[in-house]
Design a protein. Structure first.
Length: 237
């Protein structure tokens, strides 16, 4: 069962309906379509992916390039995902080495000839697996010094781009994406009557509402299973 449609297919379908076959029109609609996939991914389709991230020497892990927001962060233990705890008060490294990379906590720094180590999340807390905080500035996950070790498992909402860089949309949101592209295509055209633009805008919001209702008809577990059907737990290099 095909659950996702490539953005390329949606655009080619629209071009046929418009009677257009030019490369210029394709690239124009592609740019609009990418924004549409991201718009729907944030609050409607919410494509879920699961990856295993390599932990860097300074106890950070790089977020995937298609990352929007996380659902769970943890480690895989005895076949179960054990969640880490969120610590919003964890210190974030602000010092960098000569190459511009954050200083490794393993190497620390010398102060008065003493080796002083970074301490993130040290102290109280009841999560034996460790704690995390999202560093939006560096697009990384910062981990506490009591992190249990091993690979970090991230369950997150993707912006809709696949491994090959191609964008795709769940079939529940396909018509909403088509309506978004058409509305944005008309929005800034001076020769299009305002009434036609308004009808296109209303059609987009109505199709988005229908798509949201379709996803809401799933229970939480069914929605996650449908989103993960083509996903595999794979290392993030």
């Amino acid at each position: 069962m095909v659950l996702y449609t490539k953005l390329d297919e949606v655009i080619k379908s629209l071009l046929i309906q418009m009677g257009e076959q030019t490369e210029h029109k394709y690239m124009q609609l592609l740019d609009i379509g990418i924004r549409g996939v991201k718009e729907l991914s944030m609050d409607t389709t919410q494509q879920i992916k699961v990856v295993s991230l390599t932990v860097n020497d300074n106890l950070t892990a790089d977020l995937p390039c298609d990352y929007i927001n996380y659902r769970r962060i943890g480690i895989c233990e005895d076949g179960q995902l054990k969640s880490l705890g969120l610590d919003s008060n964890m210190c974030i490294a602000t010092e960098f080495n000569g190459c511009g990379a954050p200083m490794s906590r393993a190497s620390g720094k010398l102060v008065n000839n003493e080796n002083i180590y970074w301490s993130y999340g040290l102290g109280g807390g009841n999560n034996k697996n460790g704690y995390y905080r999202i560093n939006k500035e560096t697009n990384q996950i910062a981990l506490s010094s009591d992190f249990a070790g091993g690979s970090l498992v991230l369950e997150y909402i993707s912006d809709g781009s696949g491994e090959s860089g191609e964008y795709e949309i769940h079939v529940f949101g396909e018509e909403a994406l088509r309506s978004y592209i058409w509305w944005k295509h008309l929005q800034r055209k001076k020769n299009i009557p305002l009434q036609e633009k308004e009808l296109a805008r209303r059609d987009w919001y109505n199709e988005k509402r229908i798509a949201t209702a379709r996803f809401s008809s799933f229970n939480k577990e069914e929605a996650l299973q449908a989103s993960r059907i083509n996903n595999k737990l794979s290392p993030k290099l």
